[in-house]
Write a protein that binds this ligand. Sequence first.
Ligand code: FCB
Length: 492
Amino acid sequence: MPTGLPATFSRRALFALAGGGALAAALAACAPGGGSAAPVPTASGSWAPPAEPIVFPKGFVWGAATSAYQVEGSVSADGRAPSVWDTFAAKPRAIRDGSTGDPAADQYVRYADDIDLMAGLGLGAYRFSLSWSRIQPSGSGAVNLAALDHYRRVVDTLLDKGIRPAITLFHWDLPQALQDVGGWAKRDTALRFADYAEICFDALGDVEADWMTLNEPKTHAYVGHWYGSHAPGLRNPDLAVAAVHHQLLGHGLAVQRFRESRAKGRIGIALNLVSAYPLAQETEGLERVDARENRFFLDPVLRGTYPDEAIGGLPGQIPARPAAFMLLQEDGDLETISEPTDFLAVQYYGVTGVDATGAEGSVAPTSAARWQQIRAEGLYDLLLRLVRDYPAIPLLITENGIPDPTPELTVDDPHRIDFFRTHFQQAARAIWDGAPLEAYYVWSLLDNFEWAEGYRQRWGIIAVDFETQERTPKRSAEWYAGVIEANAVAAT
Ligand code: FCB
């Protein structure tokens, strides 16, 4: 645990930092719902933040996140080969504005300028991903040293500026060569991933970094293999659950390689989790959605089991064949998948409502991303649920954010400031109530290629003009710099 951060922050310590009875009174009124083992999070909308700024624990890490395909561009530079996203984006009508990840935000070229911008904001950490098809163009075998040299320069430049690297090994951009032989639907891809991970640990494991094996295996499996609207564009729930199992197996194998490599730093997995609320008294449907969205990933990684409720023919389940899913699993897989990690990386975008049958519905307003129902209290409920239902583990929020309401380049973004303010307050509240939360990364540092939405959904705290690649910090970036400097979030 080389960050120097305590794994947990006591209520008393936060109180002492925050100072003042108003905070104590406000936070004292927000005790979590109790020790029930039910998957239903505690509804907690009634809490109000204290009038004075809430100070975060000393050493709390404030960061920003991106991913390789979304920002790098330079898709054929220095020996990079195509990934599934290059192939998918090139298909007619796959991407809403007909764009691809070329040139994205041109960060492969502009990384040093971007790191200067990060330093200007006072960021303590930068989360980015490595492009597997740069490092190992055919997904196995030969290593492309030019790519490793590039990422070495990125890491060294970050360290020069005092910014901790947070490195994701896989953010959905599988080498196309591996997809051509079955991709994550095949067990062999997990083994190839472990080899790739080892290459990365050997090349960059000498620096203090937080490593993440996978980014959101759920999104890659479901949206890419079941709904078909992300790469690789498949629509088969049996392949989706195979992609879950093999990604998680790859995760566990990579954690083993990390330990064997004696790399510095820490390792974990980045899971997107959602707080689900009942729309009816009867909660069986809710339990199925919770199993599909949360427990299908949390339980194997943190407990070494799969929940029975995630797969099947009922509403709220993944309509795959449970028996076929069982057959994918070999002895020892769940032990590998539950290999202990150093932290859990949580990605939180919002909530959902579920009726008695398992159908999802609206419980909160949406953003320009229609899948995003915004409720800051859902973050509190999620963090407290993790504390309540799973073995103790340090928590990092590695993504949270909101798009601009318009596709046009926007610098004035009060909606984003409100969003972050309310979510930071709920994070502080969760720390106060015992959640061992150590870091918060906003999504995203830059406007970028937002997958099937192309360039028309802007999530950055820094605006990018995709014609000129000019960067302009938004008002939210200035506001965030103030939060970072004070290590505190004000009430309004
Ligand atoms: C997350 C992805 C990230 C970005 C945000 C908006 O699910 O991990 O790449 O697309 O959503």
